[in-house]
Design a protein around this ligand. Structure first.
Ligand SMILES: [Fe+2]
Ligand SMILES: [Fe+2]
Length: 207
């Protein structure tokens, strides 16, 4: 099956995704994935199409029962090739589709990486991604407090279990949260994304 091009992928995304945030997420993941496609010497356009479409059906199937498996036949109808559709299925662990190809691994890692970078931008003075540099992303990845607080079980329960180190981390978050609600959201999102991001990077890809 012939592959669709980036413009067609963008049109499919916009047909089913009205939220600006979700469109931006697709663009952010696309940007990260393209960087890796170039680095690995892979076909840029297919990777772009995959990244743009990986969450195309989230607004119409906003649960794990629907996304992305109910979107997959819709993409097939619109001429999206099998390799791309398989990669999209594999970004959601609950589909049971194993991530084996470089595209599948990269999509999985970049889905979180993009979120992590966006979250870091929210705690910058102008909330702009242009204020985020590689050094600050790497620093946040090593930041124990961020790392500790990213535990997906929810920091309160986790804090009880892990004692003093976690309490210190919790204080850090509270201090960081002293500002506006948005800032607090950014920190929390960064914590969560960071943990998942590291998890994905170690499983799939070396940054
Ligand atoms: Fe998704
Ligand atoms: Fe996503």
């Amino acid at each position: 099956m012939a592959m669709i091009d980036r413009e067609q992928a963008w049109n499919i995304l916009c047909e089913f995704t009205k939220s600006e945030g979700l469109r931006k997420h697709a663009l952010a993941v696309e940007t990260c994935v393209v960087a890796y496609a170039k680095r690995f010497g892979e076909g840029v356009e297919q990777w772009q199409v995959t990244a743009l479409l990986h969450d195309f059906d989230w607004e119409i199937h906003p649960t794990l029962e629907g996304h992305p498996q109910l979107g997959e036949p819709m993409l097939a109808e619109r001429g999206v090739d099998e390799e791309t559709r398989r990669a999209i299925l594999s970004h959601a662990s609950h589909t049971g589709v194993a991530r084996t190809s470089p595209l599948e691994k990269t999509l999985y890692a970049c889905d979180e990486l993009a979120g992590f970078i966006t979250a870091i931008s929210y705690v910058k003075p102008h909330r702009s991604v242009f204020e985020v540099d590689v050094a600050s992303v790497k620093k946040k990845m090593k930041d124990k407090a961020f790392r500790a607080l990213g535990k997906p079980a929810g920091h309160r329960r986790w804090r009880r279990r892990t004692g003093r180190a976690a309490r210190r981390a919790h204080r850090f978050l509270r201090k960081g949260n002293a500002g506006a609600g948005r800032r607090s959201w950014g920190l929390r999102a960064a914590c969560k994304s960071e943990w998942r991001c590291r998890d994905r990077l170690t499983k799939g890809l070396i940054l």
